[in-house]
Design a protein around this ligand. Structure first.
Ligand code: ASP
Length: 340
């Protein structure tokens, strides 16, 4: 058994700057020093360190570096643990779930709310359980052949997860999909919710990401002039509209006319809900139905993080927006529920 830990930074590896008091990323040696338990694993634990960053600095090229690191080491290891800041962990886990196709090994993101050197840190438990999860095998194969987030006793599907607390140890939630495992005295896997082992387990890495996407969060009081700016964006391929409740937006003629102008120009418009739980049901209210009639695609129960990174991935894969829209309706790797 061999597990590779990829260290990228985040609070888990941070230390207080003596002069300013601000937390700054430190190198992996610091973590090894603080967690001597790492030596107790009876398997090989290797480490690759990136230049440690606060995850607010994450970019798509960082995701490409991360996916490539997993791919380059894929045949040598049984599983991967990625130490990452919590702020954008759900974005990175979502992105990697799309970039690593036919995944047959666990890729587990984790981090912490308190640095690993602090007395009350949550970093030790998170790191040790993430490694155990990555090493778990069932019938000679990885128990969890997925990109996941392990945080505070729960293993969650990466592309279903959102950071929901800036202060609690329980920082992440998967509002529309059950946990894949829960850690108590035992690590209890929820086998029926875990992605089946892929029929073709030849890892395919997609490193082409097209980020020509804009976001429009609707709100009472929004002005028509917002659309003037959206329509001026050069090279725009998609617009995510964050709507109310089950996918509802105002029926004001200027609003729907502008949305139609955007879809008519070939730009993909994806409707996702501002709510954390539940889904877009475009048939339910006239305010949702009119968006569907204007050519807007329903994001169903997708998270914002997964919607954004799925668009980057599909736009990188297809030059035509028609293909992007077709694929958006389908689950690529468990990011939307399959009921209609
Ligand atoms: N700002 C930190 C980061 O995302 C927060 C954390 O790791 O919890 O890198």
């Amino acid at each position: 058994m061999k597990i590779l830990v990829i260290y990228t930074g985040g609070t888990i590896g941070m230390k207080q700057n003596a002069r300013t008091g601000a937390l700054e990323p430190f190198d992996f040696a610091q973590i090894e020093e603080e967690v001597p338990e790492l030596k107790k694993f009876d398997f090989v634990l290797d480490t690759v360190s990136f230049k440690p960053i606060d995850s607010a600095e994450v970019t798509p090229s960082f995701w490409i570096q991360l996916a490539t690191t997993v791919a380059d080491n894929y045949s040598d290891y049984n599983g991967f643990v990625i130490l990452h800041g919590t702020d954008t962990m759900a974005y990175s886990a979502s992105a990697l779930s799309f970039m690593l196709q036919n995944l047959g090994k666990p890729v587990i993101f984790t981090g912490s709310q308190l640095p690993v050197g602090m007395l009350r840190t949550d970093g030790k438990e998170n790191l040790i359980s993430a490694i155990e999860t990555a090493a778990s095998q069932t019938g000679g194969k990885a128990t969890v052949p997925e990109v996941c987030i392990y945080f505070q006793n729960k293993l969650l599907r990466g592309n279903r997860t959102t950071k929901s607390s800036a202060e609690h140890f329980n920082a992440f939630n998967s509002f529309n999909y059950p946990p894949l495992a829960e850690a108590g005295i035992y690590l209890k896997f929820n086998h029926q919710s875990i992605m089946p082992y892929p029929e073709n387990d030849n890892l395919a890495v997609h490193t082409s990401l097209d980020t020509n996407t804009a976001i429009l969060k609707i709100f009472p009081g929004m002005q028509p002039s917002l659309f003037d700016n959206i329509l001026k964006i050069q090279g725009l391929r998609s617009l995510i509209v964050e709507t109310f409740g089950s996918g509802n937006a105002p029926t004001f003629p200027w609003f729907i006319d502008n949305i139609r102008k955007i879809t008519d120009s070939g730009i993909t418009v994806l409707n996702i809900t501002q709510c954390l739980r539940g889904e877009v049901s475009p048939e339910k209210y006239i305010t949702g139905r009119q968006l569907k009639e204007a050519g807007v695609v329903s994001g169903k129960d997708i998270t914002f993080e997964a919607a954004l990174t799925k668009l980057f991935y599909l736009q990188g894969k297809y030059s035509g927006n028609e293909n992007v829209r077709e694929e958006l309706e389908k689950a690529v790797c468990g990011e939307i529920s399959s009921h209609p």
